[in-house]
Design a protein around this ligand. Structure first.
Ligand code: FMN
Length: 338
């Protein structure tokens, strides 16, 4: 009976996508592999005759950690970049425009000749890697290679090497960010709402922060929940982050000039390009965005780092480490709207 129901659902889904341009559906599958805060996957896609639209899905907002939806729009930018890279691979030239409300229009023109980006093959390889890295420093030549990644307008990228005083200043702001966030019961409640405690839980929702990406074992939900609830506090967060930071080679900070929706999306496009390039180079990364999520800390960071006229938006650590399990994505048919 169960098999029949599953088969019936699959039939309906494939029928509902049948009328759509199959090239575009495939391209969107790559778009949906983008990173997003808490893996909320806050995007909805519309397929037009020669265009794809990305709409923000505000039902997936994170009002406590991301009250102005800045990280949401950065995530949409990451998805847009994947779409452009995948479209090129399928033989389409893309033109991107962004409305005031943050709807992204990607025009696709079929080309006679096919070119592909070396970043295409990295879309399915990229992952957020929250493990402790091996402590090796990225050679200067490789950092210079990363600096050749093309930046979108009004976006800047800053590198801070482990062992420098600015690296230490950023670390202290992360610890302070953890202290503030972990004292906020609403922050903790929102975070726990997006935790996926075991394999069954993760497979049902196909979103959120899976137990597996933290290297945790697959345990009955009530046990996992109780362990994780105890670990979500300032002391254990800072103890873990200290080890993770010490094992990393660099912090990399992405900023915008005016903190607008369009610039957040452009930052996301730059970020994704950058993450794909670093993945291609065998580097791993994870986000340490706590200081950017607490307003006065992000202002303090801008001053401390001598960039008073920029808005710190995304902070990552980078280095070398072992691969981690991947987080799941929603099925593409659940993300396409009429
Ligand atoms: C704008 C943005 C902010 C993020 N902030 C954090 C963060 O502070 N801490 C963290 O562990 N992961 C953070 N992430 C990573 C997401 O949790 C991750 O992308 C998501 O779980 C999907 O996993 P994947 O990147 O491995 O595909 C952030 C991602 C984005 C795009």
């Amino acid at each position: 009976m169960k098999t029949k129901i599953v088969f019936f659902i699959m039939m309906i889904t494939s029928l509902s996508l049948n009328g759509q341009n199959q090239d575009f559906v495939k391209i969107l599958e790559y778009g949906a592999k983008a990173p997003s805060g808490h893996n909320t996957q806050p995007w909805l896609f519309k397929i037009k005759e020669a265009e794809i639209e990305i709409h923000p899905n505000f039902a997936k907002s994170l009002p406590i950690v991301d009250p102005d939806n800045r990280e949401l729009f950065v995530s949409l930018g990451c998805a847009a970049e994947n779409i452009c890279i995948a479209a090129l691979h399928k033989g389409y030239k893309t033109t991107v425009s962004i409305t005031e409300k943050g709807i992204i229009h990607i025009k696709l023109d079929k080309q006679n000749s096919k070119t592909t980006s070396p970043l295409f093959s990295q879309i399915t390889v990229r992952q957020t890697n929250r493990s402790i890295y091996n402590g090796n420093i990225i050679p200067k030549d490789n950092i210079n290679q990363l600096k050749t990644v093309e930046y979108e307008p009004h976006v800047k990228v800053h590198f801070f090497k482990n062992g420098t005083s600015k690296f230490d200043s950023i670390s202290n702001l992360i610890y302070e960010g953890n202290r503030r966030q972990m004292q906020d019961k609403n922050f903790k409640a929102e975070l726990q709402q997006w935790m996926r405690y075991n394999k069954k839980h993760q497979n049902v929702t196909r979103d959120g922060l899976s137990y597996a990406v933290f290297g945790a074992p697959n345990l009955p939900r009530f046990i996992a929940k109780s362990i994780i609830s105890k670990a979500v506090n300032e002391k254990s967060q800072n103890k873990n982050d200290k080890k993770k930071i010490a094992s990393s080679s660099h912090f990399i900070l992405f900023t915008t000039q005016n903190n607008t929706i369009e610039q957040w999306i452009n930052l996301g496009r730059t970020l994704e390009r950058f993450l794909l390039k670093s993945t291609e180079m065998g580097l791993v990364h994870a986000y340490m965005n706590q200081p950017n999520e607490v307003l006065d800390l992000s202002q303090k960071m801008a001053v401390t780092l001598d960039i008073p006229n920029e808005y710190p938006t995304v902070l990552i650590r980078m280095g070398y480490g072992e691969k981690m399990p991947y987080s799941l994505r929603k099925k593409i048919e659940d993300l396409i709207i009429e």
